[in-house]
Design a protein around this ligand. Structure first.
Ligand code: AHG
Ligand code: MN
Ligand code: MN
Length: 339
């Protein structure tokens, strides 16, 4: 019988691989683990307690209606980061501006975290999988001072760690520190994440594709060509692919990570800058995709190389199996002169 490896144990054993290896990143990851257990518990009870399900009655900076669980999750993570001592500031989807923690201990925190506290939150009320996405950077401002906007606006290729928690049929935490990707499943009977998916690799190709096809007429024609390619007999499998789109980025990404596939959320005529947010949705999942052998690009460039200018910046996003992402990019390039 193989030994159970808990996430806590795994983090401690991997510490030597971490950039700077001084124990702070391990403690920060453990703070994320604790917050995620709190959120997982609340998600699992949604529908039973009236104060958890439904809309909060506020519109966030994205112009989207906040759900109560968005706010619950946001607060749970911020509380852990603010009291943990490793983080000097955070930015999240639910806060207009970044937050610089003011306590003395936090001012000496070496890291910033950017996160989407609850992704796919329009799916909460219909009991479909949702998630949390996080991205961790070393601060660039001086230790002992307040975190600055510069700490937040770093390109994705500077991430020291990134991951997500999927509140699905089970709760899973998947993360990378730049040494491959590992997945852990929460065993609710012992309250521990246990290593269930070591060294995750995204298959190089698959017969799965996913996008909100309601947007097919208002995005780059090369993307329409790709979808038609998937739906035809004239593709690499000589039979139509299967369409899969949950509408929760984390859940769609997780499926593709395991089974292979492509997720496409392009710029459209109605969302000319794209819908998904670079800093706390696209970059962390791009880091994981690349670490697992997949790719993440906009219509044209590598997501991790984009220099961010604003906190809630959006971009077109295509991520998944290497061969599939390369194919859609080839078709985009062919039609690009028409744009
Ligand atoms: P969030 O709930 O954090 O605002 O993110 C929603 C995102 C993402 O999870 C999902 O893939 C996408 O929006 C779905 O958009 P459409 O409803 O336009 O397909
Ligand atoms: Mn989201
Ligand atoms: Mn969200």
């Amino acid at each position: 019988m193989s030994k159970i490896i808990t996430l806590h144990e795994f983090i401690m054993d991997s510490q030597a691989e971490f950039p700077f290896a001084s124990g702070e990143l391990s403690r920060l990851l453990n703070d994320i683990v604790v917050a995620s257990k709190v959120v997982s518990r609340d998600v699992r009870r949604a529908g039973l307690t009236e104060d958890i399900l439904g809309a909060q009655g506020e519109i966030n900076i994205q112009g989207e209606e906040q759900q109560k669980l968005d706010v619950v999750a946001d607060k749970a993570f911020i509380k852990m980061f603010e009291t943990g001592g490793e983080v000097c500031g955070i930015a999240s989807e639910e806060n207009d501006d970044f937050v610089a923690f003011e306590s003395e201990i936090s001012k000496f925190g070496k890291y910033v975290v950017l996160f989407d506290p609850l992704d796919g939150s329009s799916n909460i009320d219909v009991n479909v999988s949702i998630g949390t996405i996080f991205s961790i950077y070393r601060r660039v401002s001086e230790a002992g001072t307040l975190a600055t906007m510069k700490d937040m606006l770093q390109p994705g290729n500077k991430q020291v760690a990134a991951g997500y928690i999927l509140y699905g049929s089970s709760t899973m935490l998947v993360y990378t520190t730049g040494h491959g990707v590992n997945g852990f499943t929460l065993d609710p009977s012992i309250g521990e994440y246990c290593l269930s998916h070591p060294n995750m690799r995204m298959p190089e190709k698959s017969r799965l594709y996913g996008m909100n096809e309601g947007n097919i007429e208002i995005c780059h024609p090369g993307i329409k060509d790709y979808v038609q390619y998937c739906q035809s007999f004239e593709n690499d499998f000589e039979t139509p692919y299967s369409g899969r789109y949950i509408g929760s980025l984390v859940a769609d990404f997780h499926r593709n990570l395991i089974k292979g596939g492509i997720y496409i959320y392009p710029k459209t005529k109605t969302a000319p800058k794209g819908k998904l947010r670079l800093l706390y949705e696209c970059n962390p999942l791009a880091f994981i995709a690349e670490q697992a052998g997949g790719l993440a690009v906009t219509e044209k460039e590598r997501v991790l190389d984009i220099i961010p200018h604003t906190l809630h910046q959006r971009c077109g996003y295509i991520t998944g199996s290497k061969n599939q992402v390369e194919k859609v990019q080839e078709l985009i390039a062919k039609r690009d002169s028409e744009i």
